[in-house]
Design a protein around this ligand. Structure first.
Ligand code: PRX
Length: 648
């Protein structure tokens, strides 16, 4: 049993779960009365404007509905209801790239959100159900704008600020957004960078739905102002009233869309509901992060990803906590930046991605020792598997062997954590997500629903609907069914398949083994190989391309592209083409999808029906022996030829 790490009980006061018996008792409640237990939690946690009478509606499965006749407002749940007893409490603590600080209390947040909501209604004619695209840096206004949308029932779609104009345009068009909210730019590593020019570029073609652009002036660099389209947030906000009524929203009204990658070239607009989503965001703050009244919580994600939505904005605020937002990068001005902030703000829960942990470990293994990190109680990781050495450093050096590490497994589609240790209860095995949270029926199964034997890889499925699950893919309900409910069945009924493989060990612990589809995970960012391939194919001289993931020391996975050229004039030409390919990727997607390796090959390994055998390419990229049968390939000799090129 030496590989277990037990929670330090003295670190926790009144945790939600203080033992595995308590965990099992709540699991038992769900086993006995699944819907009733959810209903109890929903009644206890949400301030309903109108209580629900129906719990789960499965009539149109897999389009499940939860609490469908209830009414609430998510911004009210996150802010207004706290004004009774927390109005002077810090809601958001912001630290800018250059160290500037701002503390926003719950009362101030209520004012700012109301002013912004009024601006959206008065100046931009935004109504319930309209889509608002948010393309923003990590500044408090990003959260304020999201909450203002929630306040008036507009559906926001935050697009990560690292995406290119093309990627932004695709998302604006798919959502038929009426308003784009952006900033002139922001600061990174001590220097200004720009966002508004990317919006200008995106809006040049095909974005007729967009009527107005609202610009937050953050770095005050010169930008183009399009007459009758672009308006300054900083100016308009001055004349807005700081009271705005919260729109009564139905439990199932969409709260937001968030685009994520799938196995085709087109990103999916994951649609989340209001009540189910906020219930789970709040509950997981309490269960997994043991959030307490005087805690200060810091999640280092970007609001452009689901982690930022659920664990910077909605979860912490619904729980009435203090959430930290950071504009900069963890390595500027040095690799001690995060630890300095933990010391200064007395952070209790620190939540980040394995990529950041590996980077901080590599760049400053001893940096944490220079700071007082004794406020830390829980260290979280998310987004990709964490390797044991990174886990150990995080545990021993950052956490001083006192903190619980919660390796949280979840996805954009699940809204919040699915599998995670409970910090004061679960004996932890390094780099293991451990157990499904109460209420979540996470099972490792075969496609026919039989349980995968212990120690073998199976499909990670959630076999019962849960409140915070994806409701549909915007504009594409068929794709929703096919993507998530097409592969695995239990008793003949389709169940939610995550796209991940997983394994249960002899102690019942679940370890995630990675994606089973053509999705790769670069620095915790989910990337469809088809998207990257589509970008590379736009190069005039590219005849064919296949992209696979390859293990990377820091990023977890890097992108490896096999490219077949139409004509090849030698090395000089190839170097130029690699540059052009990467420029193409930057234009089509953004710098997050740049290739680490590009190999020029005479052809790709294809079956006789023309399907590219990516598994072979993955093995070659990893320098692993090829175990697949290559005799069925259209040209079996191609494998040796590619290997020779890679090894030369
Ligand atoms: O492959 C899993 C991986 O990240 C994917 C979800 O990516 P995304 O929707 O962008 O959300 C990331 C933040 C929740 C999953 O399908 N993943 C997420 N968490 C873990 C993980 N892989 C291993 N361990 C985790 N803790």
């Amino acid at each position: 049993m030496s590989n277990f790490y037990y929670p330090k009980k003295e670190m926790f006061k009144d945790p939600q779960f203080s033992s595995m018996d308590e965990y099992r008792a709540v699991v038992e409640d769900f086993n006995e009365d699944y819907e009733g237990t959810w209903a109890q939690l929903a009644n206890a946690k949400i301030d309903w404007f109108k209580p629900f009478t129906k719990i789960l509606n499965e009539d149109e499965a897999p389009f499940y509905k939860w609490f469908e006749d209830g009414e609430l407002n998510v911004a009210y749940q996150c802010i207004d209801r706290h004004l009774k007893d927390k109005k002077n409490k810090a809601a958001i603590i912001f630290e800018g790239d250059n160290g500037d600080q701002e503390v926003i209390t719950y009362r101030e947040l209520a004012y700012k959100v109301s002013q912004t909501a009024n601006m959206f209604k008065d100046n931009f004619n935004i109504k319930k159900g309209d889509r608002v695209v948010i393309y923003m840096p990590m500044i408090p206004q990003a959260a304020i704008v999201m909450l203002a949308c929630a306040k008036i029932g507009a559906i926001h779609s935050v697009v990560f600020g690292g995406f290119s104009a093309e990627a932004l345009r695709d998302r604006i068009i798919d959502a038929s957004a009426k308003l784009v909210v952006t900033a002139d730019g922001a600061f990174r590593k001590g220097k200004p960078y720009m966002l508004k020019p990317v919006v200008d570029e995106a809006l040049k073609v095909g974005c007729e739905s967009v009527q107005k652009v609202c610009v937050i002036e953050r770095n005050n660099e010169d930008i183009h102002w399009e007459p009758n389209r672009d308006y300054s947030y900083n100016e308009l906000i001055k004349s807005q009233s700081s009271f705005c009524k919260s729109e009564h929203m139905n439990a199932e009204d969409p709260l937001f869309l968030l685009y994520t990658s799938g196995s085709t070239g087109k990103p999916k607009g994951v649609q989340h509901s209001s009540a189910g989503y906020i219930l789970w965001a709040q509950l997981t703050m309490e269960w997994v992060f043991d959030i307490k009244d005087n805690d200060t919580f810091w999640c280092t994600a970007d609001v452009g990803w689901i982690t930022g939505h659920t664990y910077i904005v909605y979860g912490p605020l619904a729980a009435g906590a203090t959430t930290v937002m950071f504009e900069g990068v963890p390595t500027f001005p040095d690799a001690g930046r995060c630890w300095k902030m933990v010391e200064e703000y007395r952070i209790n829960q620190f939540y980040t991605a394995p990529t950041a942990i590996r980077l901080l470990h590599k760049m400053g293994a001893n940096e944490p020792k220079k700071y007082d990190l004794s406020s830390l109680r829980i260290l979280g990781t998310v987004g990709e598997p964490i390797d044991p050495p990174a886990w150990k450093w995080y545990y021993e050096v950052v956490g001083n062997s006192n903190c619980s590490i919660v390796d949280t497994y979840w996805q954009t589609e699940t809204g919040g954590h699915m599998i995670s240790p409970l910090p004061a209860a679960t004996p932890i095995k390094p780099a293991c997500a451990t157990f499904a949270l109460p209420g979540i029926e996470a099972k490792v199964i075969e496609t026919d629903g039989t349980l995968t034997p212990t120690g073998e890889k199976g499909f990670m499925c959630i076999t019962k609907p849960w409140p915070s699950m994806i409701r549909t893919i915007w504009n594409d309900p068929e794709r929703f069914k096919k993507s998530y409910f097409g592969d695995c069945k239990v008793n003949g009924k389709p169940v939610y398949f995550t796209g991940d493989g997983a394994m249960v060990d002899e102690d019942g612990y679940i370890t995630i083994t990675g994606r089973t589809d053509d999705v790769i995970n670069v620095s915790g960012h989910r990337m469809g190989t088809a998207e990257v391939e589509a970008a590379i194919k736009k190069h005039d001289n590219v005849a064919a391309v296949a992209v696979v993931g390859k293990p990377h020391d820091i990023k977890g996975e890097g992108i490896f592209a096999y490219v077949v050229l139409k004509s090849d004039d030698g090395i000089a030409d190839e170097l130029e083409i690699i540059k052009e390919i990467n420029t193409m990727i930057k234009t089509e997607i953004g710098a997050i999808a740049l290739c680490d390796d590009v190999a020029f090959v005479p052809d790709l390994p294809k079956t006789r029906s023309g399907k590219i055998m990516r598994r072979i390419l993955r093995s070659i990229a990893k320098n692993e022996p090829i175990t697949q049968d290559i005799s069925t390939l259209e040209d079996p000799t191609i494998v040796a030829k590619i290997e020779a090129i890679i090894n030369s």
